[in-house]
Write a protein that binds this ligand. Structure first.
Ligand code: XIL
Length: 365
């Protein structure tokens, strides 16, 4: 079956759900928070920051999510609120409502913030996908980055400047991801984006972020080579880049290519870059339904990956793509053939800790 990444279609209504924050908060206050959730077993102050990507809907509507973020998150990532589709419904206007909510919460609770993402082939408003003039698209990209990075300058510590710019399979598709940015601007789109971000906030750490970088298939090796080429090219042109984000949407049925991953991470480090784990979760669609069996397999998959990453050197942070299985994208995008619910994240759909939480605790402490 073709993976999500080959045939990615996003239900944009997911990204665009906007409810009055006040209504949502009002509803949330009435929900009681069970004190057993609030244990002293907190991760928020771990040595390696534990990052959590925050989806607006549960953030607004489920107080337990905010409590768990306060307790455990050492880094907050707005999951969708900083994407073009959320910020740029119409060309003339920026809508910072959702991103401000999450970022204000992070600041009030002293959590560093990672921005995601300034350029992606997906989650674009249709008006940007329709631009065909290179000078116009370049102008719009620079304006967008200046405005968004500028607004949060000194507040967002790290940014995914470009997301998924490498083709799913560079061996058969060429190096670059097809999409408006590459189609209209060519390979320069990456340089334009990094230069604009560096100018808008010279103190910010700038990342390139991508998926499928952890096994040792020929396809993955080609993807790793493409990332290294992009990094070297930026460095040759004196355009700042500080890190590479490994999304780490891991498949329970795939093995980490340990030696290959260690070599890749060390190569990045030898170029002076940091490495972060940015979107960790486990795709459990092929595993048997038994939750215990799946939780064990999820832990084994993540352990193998984090062992390799940490053996290769220091990791800037370990971020999971959400906190609870209840709101994970995995169930929608990698559906199981039975009726069992996906279990990709550290908390289950009742907001109870799973073995993956304890594992992450070990690697972040
Ligand atoms: C996903 C979100 O989790 C969903 O809520 C949204 O509907 C689609 O995007 N790689 C990325 C993320 O870089 O931005 C994607 O997030 C998952 C894949």
């Amino acid at each position: 079956m073709a993976s999500f990444f080959e045939k990615q279609t996003i239900n944009k209504s997911n990204l665009l759900t906007r409810r009055s924050a006040l209504n949502a908060i009002g509803a949330g206050v009435t929900a009681s928070i069970c004190s057993s959730f609030l244990t002293s077993n907190a991760l928020a102050t771990s040595n390696i920051p534990f990052g959590v990507a925050v989806h607006l809907d549960p953030f607004r509507n489920e107080p337990i999510f905010r409590e768990l973020l306060k307790q455990h998150a050492g880094l907050i990532v707005p999951m969708n609120a900083l994407k073009w589709a959320s910020l740029r419904h119409t060309e003339g206007k920026f809508d910072f409502g959702g991103s401000d909510e999450i970022i204000n919460f992070a600041e009030v609770n002293n959590k560093p913030i990672h921005g995601h993402a300034l350029l992606w082939y997906d989650a674009n408003p249709s008006w940007i996908d329709a631009v065909t003039s290179p000078p116009l698209l370049e102008k719009l990209l620079i304006e967008h980055i200046e405005t968004v990075v500028g607004r949060y300058a000194g507040r967002i510590a790290t940014w995914d400047v470009v997301n998924e710019v490498v083709a799913h399979d560079p061996l058969t598709q060429g190096k670059w991801r097809k999409g408006v940015w590459h189609n209209i601007l060519g390979p320069r789109h990456v340089e334009i984006a990094f230069a604009a971000a560096a100018k808008a906030d010279p103190t910010c750490r700038l990342f390139i972020n991508d998926y499928d970088l952890e096994d040792d298939s020929l396809r993955t090796e080609a993807r790793q080579r493409a990332i290294l080429q992009i990094v070297r090219r930026l460095q040759k042109k004196n355009i700042p880049i500080h890190g590479v984000g490994l999304q780490a949407h891991l498949y329970a049925e795939r093995r980490t290519g340990r030696d290959n991953l260690i070599k890749f991470v060390r190569e990045l480090k030898s170029l002076g870059l940091e490495v972060a784990v940015t979107e960790l979760d486990v795709i459990d669609w092929k595993l048997s339904a038994d939750p215990k069996v799946r939780d064990r397999a999820v832990v084994a998959t993540v352990r193998e990956f984090l062992d390799a990453i940490t053996d290769a050197g220091s990791v800037r942070n370990i971020t999971t793509w959400g906190l609870s299985d209840k709101h994970s994208w995995i169930k929608d995008v990698f559906p199981r053939s039975d009726s069992a619910k996906a279990r990709p994240l550290p908390f289950d759909d009742q907001w109870q800790k799973k073995p993956l939480f304890d594992l992450i605790k070990k690697y972040t402490k």
